[in-house]
Design a protein around this ligand. Structure first.
Ligand code: NAD
Ligand code: IPM
Ligand code: MN
Length: 363
């Protein structure tokens, strides 16, 4: 029997609901494959502000650092929207990413074929969508300083700083190339080199690094065009590598190729230490507490956790298969349900996926 310690940070809004299903799923994996998972819970986001006066208590960072991997729900909500920056739930999320040096955020955008009609786009457009967005996660405008609001001669002025070092760019771009080598060997580097100095350096670095990966075809695309191309012809993409904010925006957009934001998982990886796994969606205040959220993004994040942090690829595959099977059986949550008849609650969808793990259909 192998033992693993998983830090669990449910967070706010629908976070606890979807994380609960992912934890129960991991427990089921433990039963079936003879692994012992120890779940250690920590506070992050608004709940941590309310209970500990900070969105990222030191204790939470400690729990994460002592774990093999971190599973996170979501943070934020209207209750904390007007807090000062140091008391905002989102600051806690950025803080844990930085504390664990999770510079590489992998956001797979894979269409399950039975969801082809759930996407608002035409069937022939989304067919076979299989993209990996590799988002830089610990730099750029999210973390640059100075960041301030002040009163100048002409009134209120604000500053956000987009700062990157060449080394930060190089490591994420290399990650993009390496991941492309494991896939279709096509890397699209997305930037705004027609305007931004940071993007001009990004492009130079990508071109230089590409010499080390002659088997990967590198193309550059401006971010505004990339946003359009994702909708026009998503099949042209294999791996997309981009900086922090562009990756944030493009991945929410790309999620609709798969039917719903509630379907997209993510893995955030650093140089060493635990990886962090979370759905790309937020705390969804509009549906919080209603047991209607789609738990599949978080369940699929648990699969990424098994694969990337614990090296359990067979188990990860079993989870992905159980999800695929639930969708093929016609089960839906409301976000992918449309006019569907078999719309399940969060809890019911979790149960169905666990049930499929217990009794997989041999195909
Ligand atoms: P959101 O992702 O929370 O929700 C956007 C829309 O998608 C909503 O209509 C919501 O109901 C729906 N949705 C999201 N996840 C879903 C799921 N699993 N199943 C079904 N529907 C789902 O984005 P928002 O409304 O812009 O932000 C709400 C709060 O969440 C904000 O405070 C924001 O800062 C925070 N947020 C946190 C994270 C994170 O923790 N990683 C990510 C994004 C936003
Ligand atoms: C995400 C979220 C976060 C981000 C916010 C909540 C800080 O949108 O994980 O995609 O912008 O990275
Ligand atoms: Mn986002």
């Amino acid at each position: 029997m192998s033992n693993y310690k998983i830090a669990v940070l449910p967070g706010d809004g629908i976070g606890p609901d979807v994380v609960k299903e992912a934890v129960q799923l991991l427990e089921e994996i433990g039963n079936q494959y003879n692994h012992q998972f120890e779940f250690v819970y920590g506070k992050i986001g608004g709940v941590a502000v309310d209970e500990a006066g900070t969105p990222l208590p030191e204790k939470t960072v400690e729990i994460c650092k002592e774990s093999d991997a971190v599973l996170l729900g979501a943070v934020g909500g209207p209750k904390w929207d007007n807090e000062s920056p140091e008391l905002k739930p989102e600051t806690g999320l950025l803080g844990i990413r930085k504390a664990l040096q999770l510079y590489a955020n992998l956001r797979p955008v894979t269409l399950f074929s039975s969801l082809i009609h759930s996407s608002p786009l035409k069937r022939e457009v989304v067919l076979d969508t299989d993209i990996l967005i590799v988002r830089e996660l610990t730099g750029g405008i999210y973390f640059g300083s100075p960041r301030e609001r002040r009163v100048g001669e002409k009134g209120v002025e604000v500053i956000d700083t987009l700062f990157y070092t060449e080394a930060e760019m190089e490591r994420i771009i290399r990650k993009g190339f390496e991941l492309a080598q494991t896939r279709k060997r096509k890397l699209t580097s997305v930037d705004k080199a027609n305007v931004l100095e940071s993007s001009r350096l990004w492009r130079e670095v990508a071109n230089r690094v590409s010499c080390d990966y002659p088997d990967v075809a590198l193309t550059h695309m401006l971010v505004d065009n990339a946003a359009m191309q994702l909708i026009r012809n998503p099949r042209q993409f294999d791996v997309i590598v981009t900086e922090n904010m562009f990756g944030d925006i493009l991945s929410d957009e790309a999620s609709m190729l798969t039917g719903s934001l509630g379907m997209l998982p993510s893995a955030s990886l650093g140089v060493e230490g635990p990886g962090l796994y979370e759905p790309i969606h937020g705390s969804a205040p509009d549906i919080a507490g209603k047991d209607v959220a789609n738990p599949l993004a978080t369940i699929l994040s648990a699969a990424l956790l098994l694969r990337h942090s614990l090296g359990l690829s067979e188990e990860a595959y079993a989870v992905e298969k159980a999800v695929e099977q639930a969708l093929e059986q016609g089960f839906r949550t409301h976000d992918i349900g449309g006019e569907w008849e078999r719309v399940l609650s969060t809890t019911q969808m979790g149960e169905v996926v666990r049930g499929n793990l217990k009794a997989p259909i041999i195909s």
